[in-house]
Ligand binder design. Sequence first.
Ligand code: ADQ
Length: 484
Amino acid sequence: MSVDRGHAAATYDLVVVANRLPVDRVVEDDGTVSWRRSPGGLVTAVEPVMQSHDGAWVGWTGGPDSDEEPPEESGMRLVPVSLSEQEIEYFYEGFSNGTLWPLYHDVVAKPEFHREWWDAYVTVNRRFAERTAELAAENAMVWVHDYQLQLVPGMLRELRPDLRIGFFLHIPFPPLELFVQLPWRRQILEGLLGADLVGFQRPGGAQNFVRLVRQRVGHKTHRDLVYLPDGRTVEAAAFPISIDYDGLAELSRSEAVEARAKEIREQLGNPRHLLLGVDRLDYTKGIYKRLRAFGELLEEGTLDVEEAVFLQVATPSRERVDEYRRLRDEIDRLVGHINGDYGRIGRPAISYLHASYPREEMAAMFRAADIMVVTPLRDGMNLVAKEYVACRESNDGALVLSEFAGAADELKQAFLVNPYDINGMKSAVLDAMRAKPRDLNRRMKAMRKTVKEHDVAAWAAEFMGRLSEARPAHHKRLRPHDSD
Ligand code: ADQ
């Protein structure tokens, strides 16, 4: 039961803790402040759970030094955590996105290790933990999200041993050999072990975690369970995230989206093959190698811009981090080269867009594209692959998908590629172009069934269901005789 003694001291049965709140603060031209719901799967995922609980969401507003509380959203209280300019630089851009992000993505870029970044990470995680401890009702469930907040479960457990704490990592959890580079590896593992349930996108992530805990912290483990000296048990398991399949499928069927899809194809010159890439502009997404593969197909004369064009949408992201600025320049140059060499008047080989679009426009692009090219070098899941599938009601279209995206575990009927193998990607694109409609139909039907059956509501319900079965601290589990 939660207690409402007016907002200030109210407590909640379910608290979601994520780096960002699900709203953006918008300052209008006349200076008035409003809040806009920020697009994102997480809100959609937790909304149904929040409505059946008495929920609060703790997160940062996205700007410096702001603890102004936004209005409630979908029946949940939104509780801001404030970050200073320097914390944004050290905690968010630094340790989260300059250290952990590259380290957890196969060291695709070089992670930087700075002690002052780590100090800010500890300080900010503590602030989140303290705020959450004040908000959670007795025996409440707390669901902490992602790599920016890995110390929160441990800090919260110390403050509030009564809570049931779940943690979900949206990005990959790296193999031991990479993780051990981190000077603060032990603190991170101990932070995560504060949770009762630690969720990962793929079974491999859960296995990496359990192996590290056994070898580096020395706790007993058995399969996906960790046995702590205080008698608590921590479970590690995979919960592959998904999308609001029905919502997106319905949107994609609308006449407006259909008309817009047709218009997009016309504006691109009605090519026989329209290839599409949609990503945050991030070095893990494999945009550069993907466009090179397409450029080579044009260079060799295997393809011609009269028959195939590429629409690449890349939303700029983390622009204050050096590595992202470099990537943006590299891709700008590559696109310039390819268009300069192979484009014709009114027919660029690659239409390259930096904008962020509303859902309708995204759905129209997915409907318009014959081949969706999703080739991250490493990705926790990749929702774009699932979104494309949800928009292909006609069961046509092909998905070229990296083996290194979590989505590859479920979308087995995609044209799977190794994103480092440029020749392999070229062949996969050609295979997709030449595939018989019956083959494409069979693949798309199977993938649509998978995503429909395992949508985001199922994902959230599974995680919450498992967390609600987790034993509170005073219920000791029997230890097995041996560990593996
Ligand atoms: P991301 O790295 O952000 O997420 P992804 O899963 O592809 O990657 O999600 C991106 C989302 O942004 C998609 O819903 C997509 O439609 C949307 N989007 C992309 N470009 C857009 C644009 N130009 N305009 C509007 N919307 C756009 C992290 C992990 C992933 C994991 C998710 C969820 O890196 O591996 O799948 O979290 O757990």
